[in-house]
Ligand binder design. Structure first.
Ligand code: NGS
Length: 335
């Protein structure tokens, strides 16, 4: 049968079918190449108004308040909306000494609100080697930031004392183990030293589900490069970290350890969450890009078989030095 234009009706149906098929094919391809654009609900963004409901208070703090004459601090202090200045990049040793004094920071970089009992008892663990200037900028910025959030916190700098490839994940496991020797923290924040949070509403506290904190980063033009990204700065409850057996100790060199950690969490039936992109905004301090490790994909693939046998339950290290500096607890470690 011919139409007025002379095209066979069956032929034209075929053209339409092919057209629809091509569109579907391109769509599937786009989904594969850019999962973050098409699967934005894969891990939920918590609504701004729900942030308070999602925060998990420390049971230890709730027990403490019964024996104290101080009241509980609110979960989120008021007046947290303000944007912050970019940190001062020309910070000096002298400024840092002054900071500890001015902000009543206890030895080892610990602080808690004087007027109430914080509901968040947080260990901030930073893996470190050779980034003096970034550390100074970070410390001068983060202490006043955390105090405005009324947290009970301590900053741990875990430095790899040995040469050779850097092992970010193992240092974080060490930070976890060393922190628990000092205080029963209920919440852990694993944080790179080059990340500067831009919004005070980005609470440095734990949510019911593990949270990817640095999801809106200037170097990624405030977009997620891929949906499963769980690196940079993350918050997880102590009990959840123990349940997933912490990080793998196998990842020497750059890349993959955070993806493995993400798989451990999902494998244990948890999900990830994120604060809204305009809250989870970070600036990255500039530095040269690390060379990716050749083993990272292999480690990642084999990692699944090691969730139970490689982690905090098999962690071995030697503390070379542990010093309570005015702005942080420093653990120099031989991995
Ligand atoms: C992935 C890495 C992650 C890393 C992420 C973002 O490719 O470890 O890039 O890196 N995974 C693997 O290499 C397997 S970033 O651009 O922030 O330096 O966190």
């Amino acid at each position: 049968m011919l139409t007025r234009t002379g095209i066979n009706v069956f032929q034209s149906k075929d053209v339409i079918k092919r057209f629809i098929f091509s569109i579907a094919f391109v769509f599937v391809l786009c989904c594969i190449l850019h999962p973050s654009r098409f699967a934005s609900s894969y891990y939920p963004y918590i609504k701004y108004s729900d942030i308070e409901n999602e925060l998990e208070p420390s049971p230890h703090a709730l027990a403490l308040v019964k024996e104290s004459d101080k009241p509980l601090c609110s979960l989120i202090p008021k007046e947290l909306e303000t944007s912050l200045q970019y940190p001062n990049e020309s910070v000096r040793e002298y400024d840092l000494k002054y900071l500890a004094h001015m902000h009543n920071i206890a030895e080892g970089g610990a602080w808690e609100p004087p007027q109430c009992i914080s509901q968040h008892q947080v260990a901030i663990v930073i893996p470190y080697r050779n980034r003096t200037l970034q550390l100074q900028i970070f410390l001068s910025y983060i202490h006043p930031f955390l105090q405005k959030q009324m947290l009970n916190y301590r900053i741990f700098i875990i430095e790899q004392g040995t040469k050779g490839a850097f092992n970010r994940a193992k240092l974080l496991n060490v930070g976890y183990a060393e922190a628990l020797k000092i205080f029963p923290y209920h919440c852990f924040i694993f944080h790179d030293v080059d990340l500067i949070p831009q919004k005070l509403s980005n609470m440095y506290a734990c949510t019911h589900q593990p949270r990817h904190m640095s999801s809106s980063l200037n170097t990624f033009r405030y977009n997620l490069p891929y949906e499963q990204l769980f690196g940079g700065a993350v918050a997880i409850l102590q009990k959840q970290f123990e349940l997933v057996n912490g990080f793998s100790n196998f990842f020497y060199g750059w890349g993959g350890e955070d993806d493995d950690f993400q798989s451990r969490i999902i494998n244990r039936g948890m999900t990830l969450c994120r604060f809204p992109p305009d809250v989870a905004r970070y600036t990255m301090l500039s530095h040269a890009k690390e060379l990716p490790s050749d083993n990272r994909f292999l480690n990642l693939r084999l990692g699944r078989e090691r969730f139970e046998t490689d982690g905090v339950n098999t962690l071995k290290y030697t503390v070379i030095k542990l010093v309570y500096y005015p702005l942080y607890t420093w653990v120099l470690v031989d991995l």
